[in-house]
Design a protein around this ligand. Structure first.
Ligand code: SF4
Length: 340
């Protein structure tokens, strides 16, 4: 089943879309648009903004005049805010009908969303499971809580649905999505919630989302990381690239042992920055020494390997193109990238 979010389509065999969420107050149009622009530059496909009040709902219209990616309005409890966000131009809303209250309110929201072709993401979160489901198998409870929300929308005749079921525990997250995949066909937004600070978040998300995507589960992903959301987008891109789901710029760097004749990490990071600037799916290899020849770099499009404290070799598509002085490294890398 496919769902359209602005000009991005997810579901079936469509590419997995990368999502992130802004951290600025949505009512601050300038700051939010600026952050979305940074996310766009990093490669985001869809951006979610929190809509806690009317000012934020109305701001979506203004933000959309400045940015190019589809915007998802994240609303809690108040169906009027969700309707206002849709009328303001939101391309999707994230709300739980179970929190909205009376059925007529859900019906009213669903009818506005349907009229404007705006999908609704519903779902569950391990932090806010309904009371009657707590105590069961937590993964099943998480999945059932999400499906409960789905059924409310289906009851009012709305089927333009995306589902999420996020736990802060990666294994619970995996099991919950597998459970949902076995029961409904709606596209799935996958993610680990409250994943934590950088390293923990990246490891938890890479494991859970990597496992799910490898199984063919997941149509849009968010790698939740506390802090600057641009890092979420970069991590998501790298994850999709590792899974072979996207072709991305890639730096293959050796870990740099005592044989390394230059600072491998510093050079690898610098090359990575350049590759992302260029935006082409180039694989570049950075090797601290020449002990294995260009061995590990043989499959890369290009690369460098240290010889001694003064010299390094540069290679392209498995062939050495020359020996250079260390001081020339920046320029040589630049030239190799230009050639590619
Ligand atoms: S390529 Fe050389 S420097 Fe890098 S890890 Fe291997 S032996 Fe060490």
């Amino acid at each position: 089943m496919r769902v359209r979010i602005g000009d991005v389509v997810i579901g079936d065999d469509m590419p997995v879309a990368i999502q992130s969420m802004t951290t600025t107050p949505t009512s601050d149009v300038e700051a939010t648009a600026l952050q979305i622009k940074r996310l766009e530059a990093a490669g985001v496909d869809i951006v979610r903004v929190a809509v806690p009040d009317e000012k934020s709902a109305k701001a979506i219209g203004e933000i959309k005049k400045i940015v190019g990616v589809p915007i998802v309005a994240d609303v809690h409890f108040d169906h009027r805010l969700a309707i206002l966000a849709i009328k303001s131009g939101a391309d999707k809303v994230r709300i739980n009908p179970g929190n909205i209250g009376a059925e007529w309110k859900v019906r009213e929201l669903a009818s506005v969303a349907k009229e404007r072709g705006v999908p609704i993401r519903v779902g569950s979160n391990s932090g806010s499971l309904p009371r009657d489901l707590r105590g069961e198998d937590r993964a099943v409870a998480l999945a059932e809580a999400a499906l409960r929300e789905v059924r409310i929308l289906e009851k009012v005749g709305f089927h333009d649905i995306v589902i999420s079921a996020k736990s802060s525990d990666p294994i619970e997250t995996i099991r919950a999505y597998e459970y949902i995949r076995d029961r409904v066909e709606y596209p799935l937004h996958i993610g680990v919630t409250e994943a934590g600070v950088y390293e923990t978040a990246v490891i938890s998300s890479s494991f859970a989302l990597g496992y799910l995507l490898y199984e063919g589960i997941g149509d849009t992903i968010r790698v939740s990381i506390a802090g600057d959301p641009v890092r979420e987008v970069i991590a998501a891109r790298k994850l999709l690239s590792a899974l072979g789901l996207r072709r991305e710029p890639r730096v293959v760097a050796c870990p740099g042992c005592a044989r390394a004749v230059f600072d491998v990490e510093r050079v690898a990071r610098r090359v990575e920055e350049k590759l992302f600037e260029v935006g082409k799916p180039i694989t570049f290899s950075v090797l601290g020494c020449y002990v294995n020849g260009i061995g590990e770099g043989e499959n890369a499009d290009a690369g460098i390997a240290g010889i001694d404290g003064k010299r390094f070799v540069a290679f392209k598509r498995g062939k050495i193109v020359g020996t250079f002085k260390m001081v020339e490294m920046e320029d040589v890398i630049e030239d190799l990238l230009k050639d590619l």
